[in-house]
Design a binder for this molecule. Structure first.
Ligand code: NAD
Ligand code: TYD
Length: 334
């Protein structure tokens, strides 16, 4: 029976991935190692937590002791654990460097010591930086421009170095912006859906013309599975969906679907160093037989419906520390 160590499994993509793993490989064993930062939430796995082949361990990937306790017997490590919000990285870069670089080192060392069969490092398209025209290939240079993307680039290349130097079977994925259920409501799509549901303002940075390529989280989970099984050690795989949209297009889509007025849109101060456009060439993973199966519209409609029907999940998150963050960050009340 294959044993997986999923780190950061109580976050958005990690929890969707654990749900995917358990339905795709019902005989597998999954250990979820998560520190439960503000972004980690055991409610994301409420339907999974009682299963006999699933175990949750609360712990920090920077803590060698706990990492060495969970690693023995693990076949495959998938590292999602990270500080993941660009805006927070501007105010507190130290947390990002610690988890997204040093934490990766601690995991790699333990994976080497216990001879894991595969180490999947979940990196991001943001490591390439912004691109005005065309799309980045895996061989393009990295030009990260926020403390978040720079620390992710550090973790990405550190993982590669463990392949080259020690022969650790590492594969690295660089995916575009995800959306779907259980995404913490500080990120664009869940923030705007939940604000719109409550008739609150949608704060758009700058002119709203920044472009992201949006992928439904389930398509990303399938892509990770393909890379974990078919990917070549030491290689990087871009994962995209061909859904390049401006933030204004996303905002208008959400408002229209919910039947809310455009007057909820407000233009606010731009994010410092805001990358204008992300775009990936994902021909390489297509060569492994993967492509997205969800259209943008179908996946957005499902996502909007999920937030509409699951207030129990997001309402408690938009309180306490979150409201303080929101007030400080946007200089407006929620
Ligand atoms: P998230 O913020 O929702 O979840 C991160 C999880 O990691 C949380 O459960 C948190 O508690 C945990 N964590 C943080 N620090 C930890 C530590 N030191 N030790 C153990 N656990 C810790 O993030 P997400 O959106 O699910 O992203 C998951 C991964 O995918 C990240 O590595 C991110 O860089 C990458 N990624 C995200 C996107 C996206 O659009 N969300 C796109 C490409 C890549
Ligand atoms: P985000 O979800 O933070 O992802 P990333 O910055 O990692 O791509 O933001 C997506 C886009 O939406 C980005 O161009 C910033 C913009 N944005 C806003 O305009 N307003 C907001 O309140 C947020 C959170 C993001």
């Amino acid at each position: 029976m294959e044993k997986f160590l999923v780190t950061g499994g109580a976050g958005f993509i990690g929890s969707n991935f654990i749900r995917y793993l358990i339905s795709r490989y019902p005989g597998c064993h999954v250990i979820n190692l998560d520190k439960l930062t503000y972004a980690g939430n055991l409610n994301n796995l409420r339907d999974i937590c009682g299963l006999p082949n699933y175990r949750f361990v609360r712990g920090d990937i920077c803590d060698e002791k706990v990492v060495n306790e969970v690693m023995p017997g693990v076949d495959i490590v998938i590292n999602f654990a990270a500080e993941s919000h660009v805006d927070r990285s501007i105010g507190s870069p130290g947390d990002f460097i610690r988890t997204d670089v040093f934490g990766v080192y601690v995991l790699l060392e333990a994976a080497k010591r216990y001879g894991v069969k595969k180490f999947v490092q979940i990196s991001t398209d943001e490591v390439y930086g912004s691109i005005e025209a065309g799309s980045f290939k895996e061989t393009d240079p990295l030009m990260p421009s926020s403390p978040y993307s720079a620390s992710k680039a550090g973790g990405d290349r550190l993982a590669y170095s463990y392949y080259v130097t020690y022969g650790l079977p590492v594969v690295i994925t660089r995916c575009s912006n995800n959306f779907g259920p259980y995404q913490y409501p500080e990120k664009l799509i869940p923030l705007f859906i939940t604000n719109a549901l409550d008739d609150k303002e949608l704060p758009i940075y700058g002119d709203g013309l920044n472009v992201r390529d949006w992928i439904y989280v389930e398509d990303h989970c399938r892509a990770i599975d393909v890379v974990m099984r078919e990917g070549k050690d030491g290689e990087v795989y871009n994962i995209g969906a061909g859904n390049e949209k401006t933030n204004l297009e996303i905002t208008e889509y959400i408002l229209d679907r919910l039947g809310k007025p455009r007057s909820l849109m407000v233009f606010v101060k731009d994010r410092p160093g805001h990358d204008r456009r992300y775009s990936l060439d994902w021909g390489k993973i297509r060569g492994l037989g993967w492509e997205p199966i969800h259209s943008f519209e179908e996946a957005m409609d499902r996502t909007i419906e999920w937030y509409r029907d699951n207030r129990w999940w997001w309402e408690p998150l938009k309180s306490g520390e979150y409201l303080e963050y929101y007030r400080r960050h946007y200089q407006r009340e929620l």
